[in-house]
Design a protein around this ligand. Sequence first.
Ligand SMILES: Nc1ncnc2c1ncn2[C@@H]1O[C@H](COP(=O)(O)OP(=O)(O)OP(=O)(O)O)[C@@H](O)[C@H]1O
Length: 236
Amino acid sequence: MTTTDNAPAMDVPLLAAVNLRKAYGPTLALDDASLRIRAGEIVAIMGPSGSGKSTLLHCLAGIVPPDSGQVVYRDRELSAMSDGERSALRRGQFGFVFQFGQLVPELTCLENVALPLRLDGSKRRDAERQARDWLDRLEVADLADKRPGEISGGQGQRVAVARALVAEPRVVFADEPTGALDSLNGERVMRLLTEAARQTGAAVVLVTHEARVAAYSDREVVVRDGRVRDPELVHP
Ligand SMILES: Nc1ncnc2c1ncn2[C@@H]1O[C@H](COP(=O)(O)OP(=O)(O)OP(=O)(O)O)[C@@H](O)[C@H]1O
């Protein structure tokens, strides 16, 4: 699998998990899991509790190394990269939203959203201008000067989505992003997250056990006992 430009052909995955296996002691979290994500597509990973969804997401994002198998981003295998290269990939190409926003409590919402750009070397003024734009897109512009402890869970998740998207990543990893929200706020976060991803062309890997949340995706894959049923691989 090789690509020569920045836009992979439709049938070439942007990100692929190939025969992943991962054990935690005696627990087999992933057992021959394979999955392909195309550029710009929104894929929901579903399945029962403990089936391996988060482990799969962490492997795809280069956070957890599989025991065997490969994760390939464009034409590069993550395990063949140095730690520094993998960190640079996560910072430059990937965005993250978790169940609890994981905003930095000491920073204002504006500073939180600007942080990925600042870490990448942007000047404060440029980073904050873009951060303000993203807060606006996520309908939380009025919270710019507040700290995470002063806002609601739903507002915090929208700030977290703004932070995940500010550097215009190619893949957003979202692990139960609405898990701590009531249904109304959950729907709002999903609508804003998927709209923003579609506008920027980012793919989304969404872990959820809620059908209502998965309904925002282009397709669903099911993980059971560490194995993935990816219909794309059954009928390529
Ligand atoms: N760091 C870890 N140490 C030990 N066991 C782990 C670790 N992470 C996951 N596991 C185990 O691996 C299996 C898969 O866990 P994982 O979190 O991937 O499942 P999940 O489908 O995301 O579950 P949930 O929906 O409950 O979050 C579970 O049996 C879990 O207990």
